[in-house]
Design a protein around this ligand. Structure first.
Ligand code: AMP
Length: 420
């Protein structure tokens, strides 16, 4: 777990603010859920990968609890209980820290941050399309270039396996092995579970079916799984989702991968991850999970969502040398000269803050030259010098630290002068 200092903390907050503005523009409302949840809730449907890496412990009341490794179970709980009678769809947004006992390495931490968007209540392809487009808006908003959306559909693989009568548990185990690209182990398990030779051949072909010509790949997937009805329906669903995205004019680079599976067990439909060429780990991951809310005692509720890794978006921005575009911010340091001017200097600083100017008051009692040197070092744009002589005429000195100019002006005109 890490400390974030100055620039990094600023960058994390910058990405968070982008996520919030995307949430606002797409109509997602924020909910805040606890960092500590019941172990059972978190373990119910997390894949083995996540389940084994939870920070789990007994609390002082003897209950088994864990630090949340993801947001989705908490959201499913809220949807199944508190929100259950609200009209659908719900567009929900969560932002915060998550905890997994991963092996720390670049882009993989034990404490990390996500912005999570969930669209609950619709099973329509336009809902899946919205989540893809929203994720793209966030990447664009963060200023990232060359993002690639790796897209697949769990329904294709599950469709084949379920028609071969493999039970859910075995299917999940197969998908998990495929997620880790341990294909031979996955196929071995399928074979041992009594699947047909055709099934194995289909799975082997699916793993090979991938590429950036999305519609061609999906077409080939459909042909490949002919006869496995559920898998065909899944391929058609993926086709419809991608068509909506493309025809809306949204430019997303996609690579469809038929053999793509995600570690989390609860996905039921379209799944995706977002990559940039500079990093080999995904910035975001998401997909459709239509069964999860039911598991928490709710009505059958279709849902689709995405979790965006804020730490990894930051890494990608650093790699791509993206400089956060800051809202044009006027920053001022106020330096009182001598004791008798401090109260008046504080009053002026209040006035400037009320005019939405960021003000730092010189609290170190330094001489003017030292205080100015410090302001310069910290890239502050202006200094206001409050001296006795000028105050007697209702004036102060305003220094433009970039242009190295200064004027003496009426206090009443100060805010306007700084802003313009
Ligand atoms: P997941 O919840 O595993 O689907 O992950 C969604 C996103 O969260 C990933 O694409 C990453 O950006 C981020 N993420 C997951 N695990 C970690 C981790 N250990 N460290 C940093 N980011 C992570």
């Amino acid at each position: 777990m890490r400390d974030f200092l100055l620039e990094e903390a600023k960058m994390m907050k910058y990405i968070e603010s982008k996520a919030r503005s995307v949430a606002e523009f797409y109509g997602y409302k924020e909910i805040m859920t606890p960092v500590v949840e019941s172990y059972d809730l978190l373990a119910t449907k997390a894949g083995e990968e996540v389940r084994l890496r939870m920070f789990a412990f007994k609390d002082l009341g003897g209950r088994m609890v864990a630090l949340r490794p993801e947001f989705t179970p908490s959201i499913a709980r809220v949807v199944a209980t508190t929100l259950r009678n609200e009209p659908k769809p719900y567009r929900l947004f969560c932002l915060g820290s998550l905890y997994r006992y991963d092996e720390p390495q670049r882009g993989r931490y034990r404490e990390f941050w996500q912005s999570d968007f969930e669209l609950v209540g619709s099973d329509k392809p336009e809902a899946d399309a919205e989540i893809l487009m929203l994720t793209n808006s966030l990447m664009n908003g963060a200023g990232l270039k060359k993002c690639l959306f790796k897209v697949g559909h769990v329904g294709v693989l599950r469709g084949v396996l379920s028609e071969e009568r493999l039970d859910d548990k075995v299917q999940s185990a197969v998908l998990q092995l495929m997620d880790k690209k341990q294909y031979e182990d996955a196929f071995g398990l399928v074979k041992d579970s009594g699947a047909s030779e055709r099934c194995l051949a289909v799975l082997r072909s699916l793993v090979e079916l991938k590429g950036c010509n999305a519609f061609e790949v999906v077409g080939n997937v459909k042909k490949c799984v002919e006869g496995y009805e559920k898998a065909v329906v899944a391929a058609e669903n993926l086709n419809r989702i991608l068509k909506l995205v493309v025809e809306s004019g949204c430019e997303i680079d996609t690579s469809v991968e038929a053999g793509f599976a995600r570690g989390l067990e609860y996905y039921t439909g379209m799944i995706f991850e977002v990559y940039v060429p500079e990093l080999d780990v995904a910035l975001s991951g998401g997909g459709r999970y239509d069964k999860l809310v039911e598991l928490f005692g709710g009505e059958p509720t279709p849902a689709v969502g995405v979790a965006n890794g804020i730490d990894r978006i930051m890494l990608a921005m650093q790699e791509q040398k993206v400089i956060p575009k800051e809202a044009e911010e006027k920053r001022v340091v106020i330096i009182p000269i001598g004791d008798g001017t401090k109260a008046e200097a504080l009053r002026i600083s209040r006035e400037l803050k009320n005019a939405s100017i960021v003000v730092e008051f010189e609290v170190m009692g330094r001489k003017m030259a030292k205080a100015l040197e410090d302001a310069d070092r910290r890239n502050i744009g202006y200094a206001v010098i409050v001296g006795k002589k000028e105050l007697d005429e209702g004036k102060v000195v305003l220094k433009d630290l970039k242009k190295r100019e200064q004027t003496t002006l009426k206090i009443a005109k100060l805010a306007q002068a700084i802003k313009s």
